[in-house]
Design a protein around this ligand. Structure first.
Ligand SMILES: Cc1cc2nc3c(=O)[nH]c(=O)nc-3n(C[C@H](O)[C@H](O)[C@H](O)COP(=O)(O)OP(=O)(O)OC[C@H]3O[C@@H](n4cnc5c(N)ncnc54)[C@H](O)[C@@H]3O)c2cc1C
Length: 408
């Protein structure tokens, strides 16, 4: 891909350790060394593949990320944690964790095809047939086929078991009818994984199936929804006699809930692997701008000190997230599964993300930092962090019931 050498691929000022914090993540977890050979190897690759700044405009941003995904994939830098038989490197939790940290430190985006790479791909490995794995996994890794998640409906969000979209087997095809909503980047997707009712008259979590539906067909209409940030990140998806091949079912017919729960585990663990490092990079950036403003006499020392106190508090809490993320990575890789621990990560991540967005906006407003369009965009976008992949209230319910054993 054509790039300009503007992205910073060098370690942050003060060194990686200063930026990321202490490298021992808990007595029972292995340390994450900063001088690990994997970091040096990947950092070397990143330095040879510098990436220009990410465009703010959505279509350009998506194109930029997809090109980046393909560039990473071409050299085997996508899906490190996937088993070798499925095109990955069979990397362990430590490697996967360092991979995401190094991407964030380099200011590089993650691979683009998140719904495929993090959600559907790993779920297929657990529940999919050999044919489905062969058909879909290579395209996910290479970034050739983009996916979106068709779970939420107008009356089924937190209460996902209320899903009403239905599919009926007609000959060799499923005929799907219903509506999905809040479908992230649906307008760019080639394939939608749809949770729908395949047993007529069934209720709640029984009688559901997870179907793969091609997006480009007359029965699928995808309409983007404009958000406050200016993005059109999510969409409405209308399924009117949409067709899907009979065999494109992930897991058993009627057992879609089990597949969906597996997928949620991946979804709730994933936020983690990387986002603490991105948060720390953002925090370091705002601190740097604060210092510049102070030197230029644009901010009083009292205001600057107040902002710094808040940033320090956030830094400490992001370190807590780093620990949770690493635990999550270890659990996910061990095959033990994240279970309700994923809800802890998700809750801490979502709330911190919002607070960081607010802290940056406040530093910009109160301390006279030069406001960039990215600041405003991020401030507005981070408001959604406690909603998607399950709201903070739902995560708290799960933690209360499953981890703390409190009554419903
Ligand atoms: C940016 C973004 C991207 C998204 N991407 C996707 C996607 O790609 N695919 C997809 O399928 N969905 C997606 N979603 C949808 C997301 O999963 C839902 O918004 C979320 O699950 C909440 O559902 P809801 O919006 O229907 O709110 P509701 O479930 O109606 O909740 C409304 C409020 O009530 C609270 N509440 C509900 N039930 C309880 C309860 N039992 N206890 C306590 N409080 C409760 C909620 O916490 C919330 O505050 C996305 C959402 C956002 C914001």
């Amino acid at each position: 891909m054509t790039t300009s050498p503007t992205a910073s691929t060098s370690p942050a000022p003060g060194g990686t350790a200063t930026l990321l914090g202490h490298h021992v993540l808990g007595p029972e977890l292995p340390a994450v060394p900063y001088d690990h050979p994997f970091r040096a190897e990947f950092r070397g690759w990143l330095q040879q593949h510098p990436l220009g700044p990410e465009p703010l405009e959505q279509d350009a941003r998506i194109a930029h990320r997809r090109a980046w995904h393909r560039e990473l994939a071409a050299d085997g830098w996508v899906g490190l944690h996937w088993p070798v038989e499925h095109g990955g490197r069979g990397a362990d939790a430590l490697t996967q964790f360092m991979y995401y940290e190094e991407l964030a430190l380099a200011g590089a985006p993650e691979p683009a095809n998140t719904p495929g790479l993090i959600l559907l791909g790993p779920t297929l490995m657990v529940h999919g047939t050999e044919e489905l794995k062969k058909r879909f996994l290579p395209g996910i890794l290479a970034g050739d086929e983009a996916w979106c998640q068709g779970f939420s409906e107008p009356d089924a969000g937190s209460d996902l078991a209320a899903v009403r979209t239905r599919a009926e087997l007609v000959g060799d095809e499923w005929v799907v009818n219903g509506q999905k909503i809040w479908t992230t980047f649906g307008q760019y997707a080639d394939l939608v994984f749809v949770l729908c009712r395949t047993t007529p008259g069934s209720e709640r979590h029984r009688g559901l199936s997870l179907l793969v539906v091609p997006a480009d067909q007359p029965g699928v209409t995808i309409r983007a929804i404009k958000q406050i940030s200016g993005d059109e990140e999510f969409c409405e998806v209308f399924l009117d006699d949409a067709r899907a091949p009979r065999d494109w079912v992930v897991g058993e017919v009627g057992q879609g809930w089990a597949a969906a729960m597996t997928l949620f585990q991946f979804e709730r663990g994933d936020q983690g692997y990387t986002d603490h490092a991105r948060m720390l990079v953002r925090l370091a950036g705002v601190e740097r701008r604060l210092a510049e403003s102070e030197t230029a006499g644009l901010v009083s020392s009292v205001r600057a000190a107040t902002a710094r106190a808040r940033h320090r508090d956030l830094w400490v809490r992001i370190q807590g997230l780093r620990l949770l993320n690493y635990r999550g990575a270890v659990l996910a890789t061990s095959g033990e599964g994240l279970g309700a621990v994923g809800s802890m990560t998700n809750l801490v991540w979502g709330e911190l993300e919002k607070e960081l967005g607010a802290a940056v906006a406040e530093a910009v407003g109160a301390c006279g930092l030069r406001a960039g369009r990215h600041d405003t965009h991020e401030r507005l976008h981070t408001r959604a962090a406690s909603i998607y992949s399950g709201t903070s209230e739902i995560q708290r319910n799960i933690i209360a019931e499953r981890l703390l054993g409190l009554p419903r």
